[in-house]
Design a protein around this ligand. Sequence first.
Ligand code: NAP
Length: 478
Amino acid sequence: MKVEKLHMRCLINGEWRDARSGSTFDVRNPATNELIATAPLLDREQVEEAISSANAAFPAWRDLPARERARMLRAIGDSLQRRSEEFAQLITREQGKPLAESRGEVAYSVNYLHWFAEEAMRVCGDIIPSDSPQKRILVLKQPIGVAAAITPWNFPIAMLARKMGAALAAGCTFIAKPAPETPLSALLLGELCQEAKIPSGAVNIITGDAAMIGAALMASPFVKKVSFTGSTEVGKLLIQQSADTVKKLTLELGGNAPFIVLDDADLDRAIDGAIFGKYRNAGQTCICVNRFLVHESFAQEFSERLVERAKGLVVGNGLEEKTAIGPLINDQARDKVVGLLNSAASDGATFLCGEGARQATSRFVEPCVITGVKPSMRIWNEEIFGPVSTITTFSSDAEAISLANNTPYGLAAYVYSSNLNRALRTAELLDFGMVGINDTAISNAQAPFGGVKQSGFGREGSKYGVDDYTVLKYLSVA
Ligand code: NAP
């Protein structure tokens, strides 16, 4: 695959660069442990160079007519669409997810780029009536400046596309630091930026030590905004590090999604939604269901049907078309899931299927369904990030809402009911940034993605997504 050669370099100031020291890190296929590529371990000076180049490129990029920026963004999206199979194969090789999901991720990323190409032309301010007839109040939306993004491994290109699209649309220049497990598709995206004639320095893609790069970005007075998708733990560290330069942040952090099945739910739809919402990407998405809350009147039927469907999911190498669940990203991820399963078992939870996963030694973890889960258990409180369904029952809507809200996280929640009014009432009372009503496929370019509480703040995608990369300037004209 030609990407192996290309992906050993970072994009800085319009040039492909190796680490000055020659140092690299290995990128391996999580399914086979095969070495796919090496990528540069940049030093601090090179990170500073990326920041300086983004800073130098900012005035010209900001002043480019929005239509020009839009044209380039659209061109990147078009190239990604044209090369979608190449990207999908690469994502599966570096991340492990089934090929069908990688194809979906590429299409989802194209949508973000095309969406923001159009939004670029609609970054409009306001004229507000003043108390004084002599005065005019003008509000301008201006790009904040150099924006940086730190992205996770679970959606290697989609998280980057939705940050880069919004930043470039707003008129910001951009620096991206992809996760070390999955830098390859991100670096290949840099090639598409070059082809689209994005000016030198307007997009930089850098790899290396996360703590060093994170600290350099946070300390720099030139970087005006950082958008981070990843764990709540690292998000909190970035909040602390942002204090010195009073940097604007967007934080898309961890979740603990409840999936509420009310007593009038259509069970067929609920089971379909449960399988998609729980097991895609082997359970490794921030909006994956973490807790099924099922009305006691049909908890048994729901559990039995979920078990039947979960047992039919084929676990294997994502490159094989029949695979529904790929490997977990690495051994630490597997150990975390195994630890949560064993802790739940010793606290009294019951396995309906997948008990063998308690002894998993490979990254291929069989799908599990567990009942009798209680709010005191670790598995209730922690993000599982694995193919594990946990089921708890309730007897009233109020109890379901209270159980669902019993977490410091607030990213996504799901409600299944055949009564739309009841579902809407329930959704309004859930302390989450996004609620799927009879739906678990909630991510798309048109909608504002983001959380509340310790799941973070800021929104990505949608017309609101560009706002996170702008500042308002008020002009008082007398
Ligand atoms: P993570 O450990 O927080 O890592 C995310 C990124 O941050 C990686 O690139 C990582 O690089 C980097 N990082 C680590 N320490 C850093 C530091 N001190 N300064 C700057 N950057 C640092 O999270 P993950 O395990 O990759 O991703 C899974 C988490 O992301 C889950 O909690 C999931 O819910 C969350 N997530 C949230 C959303 C959302 O939209 N809300 C979407 C997807 C995922 P290194 O790997 O080199 O440390």
